[in-house]
Design a protein around this ligand. Structure first.
Ligand code: 13P
Ligand code: SF4
Length: 310
């Protein structure tokens, strides 16, 4: 079957199932191009909450599809590849967090959880954040309670620096953003001295210190559009370059080279393919389902986040 036939089949299945296709900016270009909406975790959560359809085909990783289930429980949520996980989520198992909170009960931590975590971790949190709103929510955290930030130590440290708040950091990180080193950035800057460096807050501090701007994937688009610069070195998963080139024409986007011809790719995000998207809409599987008890507990901190970020 050629690509055009496959696209036509997906469109027909979408109508038949009354489905919407949501995709994260790290998805393969052909998935982004067919999606009804492409965005960062925050925009995807908002869209999932409002989706008026029977089925959400979520082209992203599991925690994003789970978030859709939490916010819009009457929809069927499909994830094209059931193995699309996230290393950051894996770095904070819910049982370990529960154990830590129990052992440190007297501290009465205000738990801020980055959305890249399991529903079990969300259920233990006071509030959820994304890379797009984390610093604002941290700044508004209660002054009379110590903050525990899970699971991303890099995003947490960036928020601490931006807000001046003391934060206890969980020792988690994203294996993709960890790949960028000071040397990679310095080499890219040497090769493209005119370019600005834009990085995701999941990058290590040595990389963040070399960046002209640090922001979520969504804000990268606004920043590059509005900046006077004509070229940008982008330190995040390479999938965002497709969106940047589409939405900000006339400017140059340079992925940070990690080796001779390799860029930073999230293998979990890339597990979803256009064929698997067709298959999930055709077979109505793999589905993402969550327990109602956990859903109700995770809903509160998620709603708190959405109220903050109008
Ligand atoms: P954004 O919310 O900025 O899209 O980040 C999600 C993510 O998984 C980054 O690795
Ligand atoms: Fe998770 Fe990192 Fe992949 Fe984002 S890039 S989904 S944080 S593993």
């Amino acid at each position: 079957m050629d690509h055009a036939d496959l696209i036509e089949e997906i469109m027909a299945l979408k109508r038949q199932r009354n489905a919407v296709i949501l995709a994260h900016s790290y998805q393969r270009p052909e998935i982004q191009d067919i999606a009804d909406f492409v965005g960062d975790s925050l925009a995807l959560a908002r869209h999932a909450k409002q989706a008026e359809c029977d089925v959400i085909a979520f082209c992203g990783v599991r925690f994003m599809a789970e978030t859709a289930c939490i916010l819009n429980p009457t929809r069927t949520v499909l994830l094209p590849d059931a193995e699309a996980h996230c290393s950051l989520e894996a770095s904070c198992p819910a049982e370990e967090l529960a154990d830590f909170l129990k052992k440190n009960h007297e501290k009465n931590y205000y738990v801020i959880a980055y959305i890249n975590c399991s529903i079990g971790v969300k259920a233990l949190a006071d509030v959820i954040v994304t890379s797009g709103n984390a610093h604002i929510i941290v700044a508004h955290a209660p002054q009379d309670r110590p903050i525990l930030f899970v699971p991303d130590s890099n995003l947490g440290a960036w928020c601490a620096r931006r807000t001046g708040r003391a934060i206890t950091l969980w020792n988690g990180a994203c294996h993709v953003h960890r790949l960028f080193t000071r040397d990679h950035i310095l080499r890219a800057k040497k090769e493209h001295p005119e370019a600005e460096v834009v990085c995701h807050p999941e990058c290590e501090e040595v990389v963040r210190l070399l960046a002209d701007h640090i922001c979520s994937t969504e804000k990268m688009i606004d920043y590059c559009r509005e900046s006077g610069a004509k070229s940008f070195i982008i330190a995040t998963e390479v999938g965002i370059l497709h969106r940047l080139r589409k939405l900000v024409p006339g400017k140059e986007f340079i992925p940070v080279q990690l080796g001779q011809c390799s860029c930073a790719e999230c293998e979990f995000m890339k597990l979803n393919t256009i064929e698997k998207l067709r298959n999930c809409l055709r077979d109505m599987t793999p589905r993402v389902e969550v327990s109602e008890e956990l859903r109700l507990r995770a809903l509160q901190p998620l709603q708190r986040m959405l109220e903050f970020s109008h």
